[in-house]
Design a protein around this ligand. Structure first.
Ligand code: GLP
Length: 259
């Protein structure tokens, strides 16, 4: 599915999230962070604000989500932690408690034990319903760095240099300040989700997106395992396909008599 720009992609993904939230007895949502998700969460806030009050209240009371990942060593007080990002983008504006908008605790004293606890909590909740994913420039999803087998569980991982460079902007532009480890939901749990939405924005992702979609599924491109998922939707903007945005309709047609 191709949209003109990030705002249009954000609206599409927000509508899918809203649809999943409105399903009775749905499994929890799987949520992501990163710049790709910012227009998604902004659009979701607008959609929720448009709902009738009692419907909105019921939906928020029933909210259940698991975020994909966070950096080891960063707690919610660190602005670059994914826990802080989720509070800023959704938790605080919607008044969601941390027990409903769940993020792995990167600041836990024993990160390996925290990863096991988090994986067990996903299993106890019945697995993920709709899983939303961004794409790393090296083909990672969550923080499942290449090479990564399709059955990798929720665990602690070492981050690749490419990923630390990609995410340096949240750390004053300095890759050395990006933590070296993270907790991530595994490919096993991601592939077990009922539905998967891979969201890709911007020309910087065009090459990796093409490689991922070409297949075949392989450990060197963790996102390529998604091609084997029975209910995968890929939503991108034109730039992620290497195209320029289409001009607004009025600019497409030369005015009569102008040529
Ligand atoms: C990050 C996160 C992913 C995110 C991806 C894309 O490193 N671990 O969960 O989806 O990379 O990030 P962005 O949207 O900022 O390009």
């Amino acid at each position: 599915m191709v949209e003109n720009d990030g705002a249009a992609v954000g609206l599409r993904v927000a509508d899918s999230l809203l649809e999943a939230l409105l399903l009775p007895a749905a499994r929890p949502l799987g949520l992501a962070t990163g710049r790709t998700m910012e227009p998604v969460y902004a659009a979701l806030l607008r959609r929720l604000a448009d709902l009738e009050t009692s419907r909105r209240r019921a939906l928020l009371q029933g909210w259940s989500s698991f975020n994909l990942d966070d950096y080891v060593g960063l707690g919610p007080d660190h602005p670059a932690s994914f826990q802080a990002a989720m509070r800023r983008h959704l938790g605080d504006p919607l008044g969601l408690p941390a027990s409903a908008l769940r993020v792995p605790d990167g600041d836990a004293a024993d990160p390996e034990a925290e990863a096991r606890r988090y994986g067990a909590a996903i299993a106890a909740a019945g697995g993920i319903g709709l899983q939303v994913l961004g794409l790393g420039e090296n083909g990672h999803i969550g923080f499942n760095e290449p090479p990564c087998p399709a059955d990798a569980p929720t665990r602690c991982v070492d981050l690749r240099e490419a990923t630390r460079r990609q995410n340096a902007s949240a750390f004053g532009g300095d890759p050395d300040r990006v933590p070296r480890r993270a907790i991530t939901v595994g490919l096993a749990e991601i592939l077990a989700a009922e539905k998967v939405l891979l969201v890709v924005l911007g020309s910087a992702k065009a090459t990796i997106l093409r490689r991922v979609l070409e297949g075949p599924p392989q450990a060197q491109l963790p996102a390529s395992w998604l091609l084997a998922h029975p209910d995968l939707t890929v939503i991108v903007d034109r730039a992620a396909l290497g195209l320029s945005p289409s001009p607004p309709p009025a600019a497409r047609r030369p005015p009569p008599g102008s040529s």
